[in-house]
Design a protein around this ligand. Structure first.
Ligand SMILES: Nc1nc2c(ncn2[C@@H]2O[C@H](COP(=O)(O)OP(=O)(O)OP(=O)(O)O)[C@@H](O)[C@H]2O)c(=O)[nH]1
Length: 695
């Protein structure tokens, strides 16, 4: 087991090391990492509360002072609200362990003392040495400054605590700041926290333990905090609640310093306790004896010095770990080290957070103050939306939505068109080989008239054609419905993106889009129905392909007739364009089967033309309507919806002037954060040269 001395050295060394190496392990020096000077700058003799080592403080204090002031000012600005933690010495201890007495000893003033919970709010104590022999004390809380003096400070703290946390025994997270400017005090800022108790005393809330540990955790959790754990010599250290809590956040104890109070009350075994270090205190122990009863501070220090000099047991404890002056010196040193370690990071965080808040604010929509401005923004939204739609729907440029395949519209439209063509083809192919020529023969039989038999009746052809067209007539309508539904979702996505900052416009835009698409859809259905009807009504094409296809198909008629006439031949034959077909059932129908074959080949050649027309005309119809939609219809419809409709009306533009509550809240939050960070930046700007890393 290591001795206490080694522990203390190791902890301090660690803090020191933090200053001299950067992340890559390169040596660097911070101004503050310079060795402690032990010469007083003014060399003046003064009678001070911590009179044992006053010169030690001076030179060092002069150097650390501006940095400590900056940290204190940042604390005052509440920079922690922005998630920036400050280096802080946090005083924790079980109830009545002597926390306030330790602070008193360091400050040379009276704080409220006694049994039971006295400290009910975080007390930020700022000690500042000043030359004036007259001490100056004031309290800061609830945005006000209350002047006080040494005789009335305890009372003033009690009053302020009551004002913050109520008259009872309740506690509060709201801190109270006590500034003590006094000749000879070390420049130290510490936060005293309520003492931990498991058992609520009379009048304390049931959950007092949870409340207090909540406050303590808030302060000791950040890595930037140094935990000053006040332990009474009268208790067994491992049983202390404050030790358990600090070990939860600082397992190795590298940022924990222990002050053992009441050394006078329990001197037996104290040396062994601090040497054994059962509770892992990385920064070491300091044993003290605080003021007792009505002693003056000078008397208390003399008594303390006398005690550790003469007591048979206490005098054996190493002098480097006893007495309030040693504690003060250690704290000043630790504070300087932690500040110099943390400040460069704090400066970086302030800048980063400021930049990100400013850019977030800039991204917010401009605040509109007139209908004219609102109109301009509205027209800009329309303009941007139009351009986005032109890009994705017409030009196939999808840089605005690189990851969203749904918005790669030209490709998706082609996919839909291909699928539609495939569907048409499939529905036509289904019955191609079943009961070959039977339909044709039936229709030819029914179309017979008085006349020569070798004329193909046109009515029979039209009947077959109409039947086929009827079978596929739903497919183009379904296709149109699917395409326009898709386009509607695309339009809405684009509009919502562009008026993301103006939710007041969104519902009107949605309505206009829906109405417009519904209108276009109706028109498209009419057009599709018309096209399908046209196909039913007449058979015409100027394409020479029809004749050449028919000719090719008819070239197989001889083969067919041979199988019909020669009953020894197999009845399954290959007909190009149909595949292998069973024709045995046609042998008994010698009268019209030749005509039926001819008609089948005509309709097959012509059907190719019909399907091509049904796909091509839909594609062109679609393109024309998408173009019209993007270029004119959409804008007109939206303007009409917003200006002309009694529902949307000009009110929608008016409403753009009112910022949505969530946006207003966000703007307020960002402005507040920017103000705080700018103020903080100003604070650190004044000391930036002192914390510049020297390579
Ligand atoms: N004999 C002796 N008594 C001490 C010493 N330090 C503190 N006390 C006494 O212990 C009691 C509690 O001290 P406080 O300083 O009020 O303790 P605290 O931890 O601030 O108390 P809470 O804020 O209520 O948790 C007081 O009566 C002090 O006078 C010391 O070194 N020796």
């Amino acid at each position: 087991m290591s001795s206490h001395g080694e522990h203390s050295m190791a902890g301090q060394q660690q803090l020191q090391n933090a200053n001299v190496e950067d992340e890559e392990g390169n040596p660097r020096a911070l101004v503050l990492a310079q060795p402690l000077s032990i010469m007083a700058e003014d060399g003046e003799e003064t009678s001070l509360p911590i009179s044992a080592h006053p010169p030690l403080m001076f030179s060092f204090n002069e150097r650390i002072r501006p940095l400590l002031d900056a940290v204190d000012r940042l604390r005052h600005l509440k920079v922690a609200q922005e998630g920036i933690q400050l280096p802080t010495i946090v005083v924790v201890g079980d109830q009545s362990s002597g926390k306030s007495s330790v602070l008193e000893s360091l400050a040379g003033i009276s704080l409220p003392r006694g049994q039971g919970i006295c400290t009910r709010v975080p007390l930020i104590m700022r000690l500042q040495h000043h030359q004036n022999p007259e001490p100056e004390l004031h309290l800061e809380y609830h945005g006000k400054i209350v002047q006080t003096d040494e005789t009335r400070v305890a009372e003033a703290i009690v009053l302020a605590t009551d004002e913050i946390a109520g008259n009872g025994k309740g506690i509060s997270h709201t801190p109270l700041t006590l500034v003590v400017k006094k000749r000879g005090v070390p420049d130290l800022t510490m936060v005293d926290l309520p003492g931990i108790t498991r058992v609520p005393v009379h009048g304390q809330p049931e959950d007092i333990y949870e409340q207090i540990s909540g406050i303590i955790m808030e302060y000791i959790k950040p890595e930037e905090s140094i935990i000053l754990n006040v332990l009474s010599a009268t208790v067994d250290f491992p049983t202390c609640e404050s030790i358990r809590m600090s070990q939860r956040v600082d397992k190795s104890g590298e940022r924990t310093l222990a002050v053992v109070t009441k050394a006078d009350k329990a001197p037996e075994g104290l040396q062994e306790k601090v040497t054994a270090d059962d509770v892992n205190i990385g920064l070491g122990y300091v044993c003290v004896r605080n003021r007792i009863g009505e002693e003056s501070y000078e008397e208390a220090r003399e008594e303390e010095a006398h005690l550790f000099q003469t007591h048979p047991l206490l005098s054996k404890i190493d002098k480097s770990i006893v007495g309030v002056p040693v504690l003060a010196q250690k704290l000043v040193h630790i504070q300087a080290t932690i500040i110099s370690k943390c400040l460069p990071e704090i400066v970086r965080k302030i800048n980063d957070k400021l930049n990100s808040s400013v850019s977030e604010l800039n991204k917010m929509p401009q605040h509109l103050s007139s209908v004219g401005e609102a109109m301009t923004v509205f027209m800009r939204i329309i303009g941007f939306s139009k351009e986005s739609l032109r890009k994705i729907l017409l030009r196939g440029e999808f840089d605005e939505y690189p990851e969203d395949r749904r918005m790669h519209c030209t490709a998706r439209l082609v996919e839909m068109l291909n699928q539609y063509a495939g569907d048409l083809q499939k529905s036509a192919e289904n019955k191609l080989t079943e009961n070959f020529l039977m339909d044709e023969m039936r229709v030819l039989d029914e179309a017979k008239g008085i006349g020569l038999p070798n004329f193909l009746p046109r009515t029979a052809f039209l009947v077959i054609l109409q039947k086929k067209v009827k079978e596929i007539s739903k497919t183009p309508v379904d296709f149109m419905a699917k395409v326009w539904d898709y386009i509607e979702t695309v339009l809405i996505t684009v509009f919502m993106n562009h008026c993301e900052n103006y939710p007041q416009l969104q519902s009107a835009m949605r309505r206009a889009t829906h109405n417009l698409v519904a209108k276009i859809k109706d028109e498209s259905f009419d057009r599709v129905t018309e096209i399908v009807e046209m196909e039913k009504l007449a058979d015409y094409t100027c394409s020479p392909e029809y004749m050449s296809d028919w000719g090719k198909l008819m070239a197989q008629q001889n083969l067919f007739m041979e199988v019909m006439n020669d009953h020894s031949k197999p009845t399954r034959i290959m007909i190009e364009g149909f595949g292998e077909i069973e024709v045995g059932h046609l042998r008994g129908h010698s009268d019209v089967r030749e005509q039926a074959f001819d008609m089948k080949m005509r309709i097959t050649a012509y059907w190719k033309v019909v399907l091509k027309r049904l796909v091509d005309s839909m594609a062109l119809h679609l393109l024309l309507h998408v173009l019209n939609l993007v270029d004119h219809d959409m804008e007109a419809e939206i303007v009409n919806e917003l200006m002309g409709s009694p529902v949307g009306g000009p009110g929608a533009i008016q409403r753009m002037l009112e910022e949505s509550p969530s946006a207003a809240k966000k703007r307020e939050r960002l402005n507040k954060s920017i103000k705080l960070l700018k103020d903080s930046k100003e604070v650190v700007a004044q000391i930036i040269d002192r914390i510049t890393v020297v390579d």
